[in-house]
Design a protein around this ligand. Sequence first.
Ligand code: DGT
Ligand code: CA
Ligand code: CA
Ligand code: ZN
Length: 577
Amino acid sequence: MENREIAAVFEEIANLVKITQEDPKWTFKAAAYDRATRSLEGFHERVEDLARDPQRKLTEIPGVGEDLAAKIKEILDTGTCQYHQELLKKVPRPLLQLLQLQGVGPQKIRLFHKELGVDSIEDLEKVAKAGRLRELPGMSAKSEENILKALETFRRAAGRFRLDTAYETAEMLVAYLKERKEVEQVTPAGSLRRGRETVGDLDLLVTGSDHARIAEYFAQHPDIREILAKGEDKVSVKLKNEMQVDVRLLEREAYGAALMYFTGSKEHNIALRERAKKHGWKLSEYGLFEGEKVLASRTEEEVYKKFGLEWIPPELRENQGEIEAAEKGELPKLVELKDIKGDLQMHTTASDGRTGVEEMAEAAKQLGYQYILITDHSKAVTIANGLDEKRAEENIKRIHAARKKVKDIEIWAGAEVDIMGDGRLDYPDELLKQFDIVLVSVHSRMNMPAAEMTARLLKALENPYVRILGHPTGRQILKRDPFQFDVEKVFEAAKKRGVILELNGNPERLDLNDRHVKLAKERGMKVIISTDAHHPSHFELMRYGVITARRGWLEKKDVLNTLPPEKLLAALRPLPK
Ligand code: DGT
Ligand code: CA
Ligand code: CA
Ligand code: ZN
C-alpha cells in the first residue's frame, strides 16, 4: 500500500469529523488527522516498509502518536479502518463528493446539509440555481455564483483524470501484465501516450502468445471493480478508482498500425485516412492497404514512411500542422527529460516545503542537475507560511550556508514573490535585489475582471528585479479555471522586458498549458520548466512538464533550463546596476 492511500483515508476521516462535528473534541481531532495526512504524504519512505521493520515504530512519522499508529497498522492489515467506516455511516456518500468542488470545504458542506438538506451535488445545484444559498449565514450572491461556477467546472471535468493519476495507474497495470510470460509487449496508447493533461480512459495495447489466457489474467486484477466487456481480443474494465481501462490484444504483424490507430488523436487519424484515400489506399487499425495487399503495418515508422512522412512523436498528433511539417522534414526535435539541467521553482521548510535546502540540493544532484533555485513564498501567502522580510533574509543566509555543504551544484537564492491585487510585489526592492533570481506569481484575488488582471500582471512585470513569471494562468487542473487576462498582451510585455514564462510542470497545474507554450514559441519567447517541488520526490514531476512542453512543440533551445548555469543566468533579464 502506498503512503498516499493511507493518507487518503486519514484525509477523509478529517473531513468527516469536520462535517459531523459529533465528537466533543472534533476540532482537535480533525487537526490531528490533517497534520498526519500531510506528514504521510511527505514521508520519505514507504510507511508499509516501516511498519514491517521490528526495530522501528510508526510513531517515528511526525504527527503520528500511538492512536494514529494503531489506525495506520489497521489500514495496512485490513485495507480499511473501523473508525473511518463508522464515520462514513453517518454521512450520505454522495455528500462527500461536494468536497471535489472548488471552494467548498467541510464547513460549507455541513451548512448546506443542515440548513437546506443538501445530500449530493445534484441537490446543491438545485438550491444554488434557486438562489437559496445566498441567504445562508456567511454566504452572499457572489459566493453563490462561485458555487455555480464550481459546479460547471466539475461537470466539465467529470469522468476525466489528471495525467499523473493515469500515468501511475498505467505503470502499475503494465508491470502487472508483464509478469506473465505469455505477454510480449504492453504499450499505453490513447491520450496518455499523447501526454494530454487529462485522460478519459486508458488504452493498453498488448501482444503475446495466448490472448485468451492474458485476458483471463488481466480480468483478475484486484483493483478491478467491474468488468464491462470481455472478448477474445479485448477486455474493458472499470477500476476501483473509477478509471476505465480498455485492454486490446493484438497481432504482432499489425502492431504498428494498431498503435497508431489507438494513439490517435482521432483528428490526426482522420487526416491520415484522407491521405490514404487520395492514393487509393485504405488505413485501418490492421494496416495500410492497397486492395488486399498490406503496404505497411508492423511498425509506426513503416506506416508513416509509406505516406512519405517522418515518424511523428505522439505528443504532436493533434492535427495541428504536424503532418505537413513531417512531410517537409521539418518536425521539431522535441525537448527531452534528459536535456533538463536544473529546477527553478521549489519550496523548503522555510515556507510550505517539507525538507530543507540541503536535502533538496542533494536530491537534485542525484538527478544530475547543475543548479536549483529555492523559491519560498513571500508573506502574503499566509496559508503557505510565507516569509516576511526578516525571515526571507534569514532564508537567503540559510541558502548561502547550504552552498558550503553541498558542492558541485549551484544553489541559487530566490523567492516566489506574490503579485498583490494592484500589481505591486510583496517585497520591497531592497530585499528583491538580494536574491539571485526572483520569480513572481499570483495567489490571491483570482476572480478579478480580465482588464484588471491584465493591468496587475503588466505592473508586476515592470519591476526590474522580476525575471520569471510563475504559473502564469493560475489554473489547477480539474479544479480551478485559469484566471482571465489578455494573454497576448502579457506575453508581449514579458518578451519586451525579458521576463521568462514558467511552465509549471506540477501535474496539478501544467501552467502554461500546451497551447500557451506553443503560442510563446511562436512569439519567439523562451520558457523554463519547473516542478514547484515541496519535497525531493517531486523532482520526478519534471516529466509532466517536459511532456507538456513537447505538446507545445518546444525544442531544447526553447527551454532555458536546458542550459548550463552560466549560460542560463546570462539568458535571463539583466539585473539593474
Ligand atoms: P480520452 O480517452 O478521452 O482521453 O482520449 P483518447 O484519445 O484516448 O480517445 P479514446 O480512448 O476514445 O480512443 C483511443 C484512440 O482510438 C483515439 O485517440 C483514436 C482512436 N479512435 C477512437 N475512436 C475513433 C474513431 O471513431 N475514429 C478514429 N479515426 N479513431 C478513433
Ligand atoms: Ca483513452
Ligand atoms: Ca478508450
Ligand atoms: Zn505558486
